[in-house]
Design a protein around this ligand. Structure first.
Ligand code: ZN
Length: 141
């Protein structure tokens, strides 16, 4: 896997805007409105609200922010059939959303470093032993 060229946060946000506009998805950044995103302060986390709104939390590493955005895109691409086929299994859904997101990035000529990909799947594995149905609002998805 090739390494992602150094990207600054501004370039990444421009790309996020481009892609989210293309897909008709609203993107908001926690850092732009801390007051209204008090439930979204978990570092290195992003959320999907409904099917078309993504909230991006605060990240130290811009590449992790970027790959997390694609994971949330993965949630918007995930089919109902997949969810039903696997009986709402959160771990399988999370892994599939990383897969769909990274694949969608690749289709847009965006390639992530192994480190970022490892980060993503490690996030997914944090659902081992948990089930979404037991989780409260505001937790990373
Ligand atoms: Zn997720």
């Amino acid at each position: 896997m090739k390494e992602m060229p150094e990207m600054d946060i501004k370039k990444i946000k421009d790309q996020i805007l481009l892609i989210s506009n293309k897909l008709n998805i609203k993107v908001k950044y926690v850092e732009d409105d801390i007051e209204n995103f008090k439930d979204f302060l978990t570092p290195n986390s992003s959320w999907i609200l409904g099917k078309d709104e993504i909230v991006i939390g605060q990240y130290e590493d811009p590449e992790l922010l970027f790959i997390s955005f694609f994971h949330e895109i993965g949630h918007t691409l995930l089919s109902k059939e997949f969810i039903e086929e696997w009986n709402h299994n959160t771990l399988l859904i999370e892994i599939e959303c990383w897969h769909l997101g990274i694949k969608y990035a690749k289709e847009n000529n965006i390639y992530f470093s192994d480190k970022a990909i490892e980060y993503g799947y490690t996030q997914a594995l944090s659902y081992v032993g948990h089930d979404e149905r037991e989780k409260g609002k505001g937790e990373p998805k």
